[in-house]
Write a protein that binds this ligand. Structure first.
Ligand code: ATP
Ligand code: MG
Length: 422
């Protein structure tokens, strides 16, 4: 898929922007703080309706716009897909009512959530309807944390990758998180004697049902990524180390732990394909919850489920999170992101838009070369950099070059850039 037009109003430091993207590869050069990351974030926002870095939508609205009677920010794009052209628009705004209330309450802009309105080809849609229409894979130096950081970041990676291609995953995730909060409250109440222990059954079953879909999909995702990641890693590093991902399931570990099995161990159902996988996960989940019942009640919290899992990256069996050097971790992060492109392509039938933010500065010359070779014209790639010195002349010749300064984007002349494929 190709984004060929992007239009912004009041989005971060862009007051107004109309940008034509003429070819599959676009390179944006600009000094620090000019709006390179913001531009890529706008495209990410259009695809996911979520901010890439910010905690809240509020941060996306230009500061100056927040002083307007009705603050708003708008991101719109025209996308060419195999199935046809698509116009998508997301508007964030503070409603008049909310703002009036806020003015009365505190004499300023409401700290609460702003509303979001989504349109696809001019028709109002829900956020869930947008899923899969525009797919993006982002990569920035912060993604090193995917490998070097805490498990929550890796769970988020799996959630975002799956949510982008599967609305059912998104719904199951929302449901799971709601159930988790309820169940944790209840576990505390049971521990304090405020609720009888039997009240847990219902919430355990709800947790197992929504959680097992997440587990089945995450396992499938890891299997798909595993088909690619080793060869990307090999290409990026030239080492003979074999890289493998492994999903660490707290449910599986708990269900396999020594201890008294639950009172009703049902036989595993047999069926076909994904349903079997989900059913097997439900069964494992139930068993894990039965075995952990005492422990969970004592601690007053849910101890097993997708919210406690992790994703391991093993180079020749050694955990890169624990033992890898920064450079090694960076190469694994990049191999993961390149594999994610193929995961999405497999799931949607179209190549996602690759957004590479300031990645060249962090790579050594050999890896830069390999990365640039990987960026072919089969999909769209938008890449930012502070200086053009790290790009090969061949790459510069085939990219459309843009300069960013204080939220304004200008096309640099004298360069061609391949046209978009029809
Ligand atoms: P670097 O090379 O340092 O990564 P960059 O070009 O990627 O820089 P951005 O992260 O895109 O820079 O940020 C550009 C500017 O946008 C920053 O100076 C930041 O203060 C500003 N900015 C961020 N949010 C808003 C907002 N809501 N309203 C106005 N300006 C904003
Ligand atoms: Mg930046």
């Amino acid at each position: 898929m190709f984004l060929h037009h992007l239009s912004l109003a009041n989005f971060r430091n862009y007051l107004q922007l109309e940008l034509e993207l003429p070819g599959p590869v676009a390179l944006f050069q600009g000094d620090n703080g000019q709006g390179k990351s913001n531009l890529l974030e706008a495209i990410y926002f259009l695809a996911t309706t979520r901010p890439l870095r910010a905690g809240s939508d509020r941060e996306l609205v230009h500061w100056r716009a927040m002083e307007e009677p009705i603050p708003f920010a708008r991101v719109a794009g025209a996308v060419r897909r195999n199935s046809g052209d698509l116009k998508v628009e997301v508007v964030i705004r503070a409603d008049r009512a909310e703002r009036q209330g806020a003015v009365l309450a505190e004499g300023g802009v409401a700290p609460g959530a702003l509303s979001k309105r989504i349109k696809v080809n001019g028709v109002v849609k829900r956020a869930l309807d947008l899923i899969g229409l525009i797919n993006v894979v982002t990569f920035s130096p912060q993604d090193l944390e995917l490998i070097a950081g805490a498990p929550a970041l890796r769970r988020r990676f799996l959630d975002i990758a799956n949510c982008q291609v599967d609305p059912r995953y998104c719904r199951a995730l929302q449901q799971y998180n709601r159930v988790l909060v309820q169940r944790n409250h209840l576990l505390k109440d049971i521990r304090e004697g405020r609720q009888p222990p039997e009240t847990l059954e219902f919430w355990s079953e709800e947790l197992a049902k929504s959680g097992s879909y997440l587990l089945a999909r995450r396992l499938g995702t890891v299997a798909t990524l595993n088909r690619r990641i080793d060869s990307y890693h090999h290409r990026l590093t030239g080492t003979g180390k074999r890289l493998r991902m492994s999903y660490r399931s707290s449910v599986e570990e708990a269900a396999a732990r020594d201890g008294p099995p639950g009172p009703h161990p049902d036989p595993l159902p047999r069926g076909e394909g994904e349903t079997t996988e989900v059913e097997q996960q439900v069964e494992l989940f139930r068993e894990a919850l039965r075995r952990y019942r005492r422990r969970e009640t004592l601690q007053g919290m849910s101890l097993v489920g997708p919210h406690r899992d992790d994703l391991l990256f093993l180079a020749d069996g050694i955990d890169v999170n624990v033992y890898g050097s920064r450079g090694e971790q960076r190469a694994v992060a990049l191999a993961l992101k390149l594999s994610e492109v193929e995961f999405m392509q497999a799931a949607t039938g179209e190549r996602p838009i690759l957004l590479l933010d300031d990645v060249m500065s962090e790579l050594d010359p050999a890896r830069r070369r390999l990365l640039l070779e990987t960026i072919d014209n089969s999909g769209q790639t938008l890449i930012t950099a502070t200086d053009l010195g790290s790009f090969s002349p061949e790459f510069l010749a085939r990219a459309a070059l843009f300069h960013i300064e204080q939220g304004a984007v200008t096309r640099m002349t004298g360069r061609g850039g391949d046209p978009l494929p029809e």
